[in-house]
Design a protein around this ligand. Structure first.
Ligand code: PMP
Length: 434
């Protein structure tokens, strides 16, 4: 919808809901990321590639539930699966045949996956990957990369957003973290192979794990970086963890590790896996996963969770993987991402605004800079104020996208890509001369 046609004023009903939300939910209108002040909305429903708010205003959605909704909102195929598996009792706390089949399926797709344990969220998967690595190696140290996000637990809430390039000292993103964690963490710049190689060579017995997002937020790995991680970990007996919560079942059936040809020891999966239902997994080498308790080999790393491997999520995962892997969905995601990249590039060039645009596997982002963007420091050096202003305007124009990255899904089509380009042209035209 063109911006000038959009009803701008929020109804009194919606304004009241926003105020009620602020009173009872910390942070107001979200339980996760927050929206720009004055543009908060309450969603009424999702439909394909759109969210519709309580006033009936439609938003073209490039957030897609934070990544999981690869089929779009309220996909009729998933709705039918939910109905069918709910009729069998969607959760049993007893192993179901379909859960075994899903583990086998993941082991067939993901190169590092010899065994699979299901979890409820990506954060649980990364937490257990790191604890398992520590249990098996008997070491405490962990290397993560500046700007990478691995969830909300105590080992993860470091240097993902606000880190003022203080590497290698980790920057806390939260108060209240268990004492002593910072001493076990070293934060290095993404895409700096030399930094990892030197650290692990200098202190070969210190680190249990190196954890990375192989495609970090929206940063592509430079050629040779992931290979260098693999070599440095092999040389020092360090467990290499690929956090593929975003890239799993999106970059390829086997995730980023298949796309880039580097196989880690442990892999965390989530988001796209079940097409919108909460389901995640920790997969990896048998010699490591065999130590997951209860019932694992010593030293045993405890892992348990009420909803781990529940039928409703598992059946939605099978249905989503059918579409993504067997019916050409992955190729279409890639194609849409590349169309978005070209459309955004053109829109920025037409507006004379220097921008770098990236897209892989349907994950896309733009940064306002004329320099290459390879690290979190490069992102911080780009025009962040312009990025925030642009995203605020996008939302005003009825396009829902977060400032960190965007997702395309199979409910998007070429017309939606053109709408995003239109909204971008309009937004950039509103901005003051720089
Ligand atoms: N790892 C990555 C790469 C993620 O993007 C996220 C979620 N944004 C997580 C882990 C945490 O997953 P969850 O929100 O399901 O706990």
């Amino acid at each position: 919808m063109r911006t000038e046609e959009r009803p701008q004023a929020r109804s009194a009903f919606q304004a009241e809901l926003v105020a009620r939300a602020r009173a009872v939910i910390p942070g107001g209108t979200t339980n996760s990321a927050s929206l720009p002040a004055g543009l908060e909305f309450l969603v009424e429903r999702g439909e394909g590639a759109h969210l519709i708010d309580v006033d009936g205003r439609r938003y073209l959605d490039f957030v897609l539930g934070g990544g999981p909704l690869v089929l779009g909102h309220a996909d009729p195929r998933l709705r039918a699966v939910v109905e069918r598996s709910a009729a069998l009792g969607g959760h049993h706390y007893a192993l179901h045949r379909r859960t075994v089949e899903l583990a086998e399926r993941i082991a067939g797709y993901v190169p590092s996956a010899e065994m699979v344990r299901f979890t409820g969220s990506g954060s649980e998967a990364t937490f257990h990957a790191l604890r398992l690595a520590r249990a098996v190696t008997g070491r405490a140290g962990i290397v993560k990369f500046d700007g990478a996000y691995h969830g909300h637990h105590d080992l993860a809430v470091w240097s993902f957003e606000h880190s003022p390039t203080r590497s290698p000292a980790p920057f806390p993103e939260s108060a209240g973290v268990q004492a002593g964690v910072a001493g076990d963490l070293v934060v290095l710049p993404f895409n700096d192979a030399g930094a990892v190689t030197e650290l692990l060579a200098a202190q070969p017995d210190r680190f249990a794990a190196v954890i990375c997002e192989p495609f970090q937020r929206a940063l592509a790995p430079v050629p040779g970086f992931l290979e260098a991680l693999r070599r440095a970990c092999d040389a020092s007996g360090t467990v290499l963890v690929f956090d593929e919560v975003v890239t799993g079942f999106r970059f390829a059936a086997g995730g980023a590790q298949e796309r880039y040809g580097v196989v880690p020891d442990l892999t965390t999966l989530g988001k796209a896996l079940a097409g919108g239902l909460p389901l995640a997994a920790l997969a990896g080498r048998r010699r490591l996963l065999e130590h997951l308790g209860p019932g694992g080999q010593e030293p045993s790393s405890f892992h348990c969770g009420t909803f781990n491997g529940y039928l409703l999520g598992v059946e939605c995962a099978h249905a989503t993987l059918d579409i993504l892997v067997e019916q050409g969905g992955l190729a279409r995601l890639e194609e849409l991402g590349l169309l978005v990249r070209e459309a955004l590039r053109r829109a920025c060039a037409d507006a004379g605004v220097p921008a770098r645009v990236t897209a892989e596997g349907g994950v896309f982002q733009l940064w306002f800079t004329d320099r290459p963007v390879r690290t979190a420091a490069d992102i911080r050096a780009s025009d962040q104020a312009l990025l925030a202003a642009y995203h605020r305007l996008l939302l005003e124009a009825g396009v829902y996208k977060l400032a960190t990255k965007g997702y395309v899904g199979l409910a998007h089509h070429e017309g939606h890509v053109e709408e995003l380009a239109e909204a971008t042209r309009w937004a950039l035209a509103q901005l003051p001369e720089r």
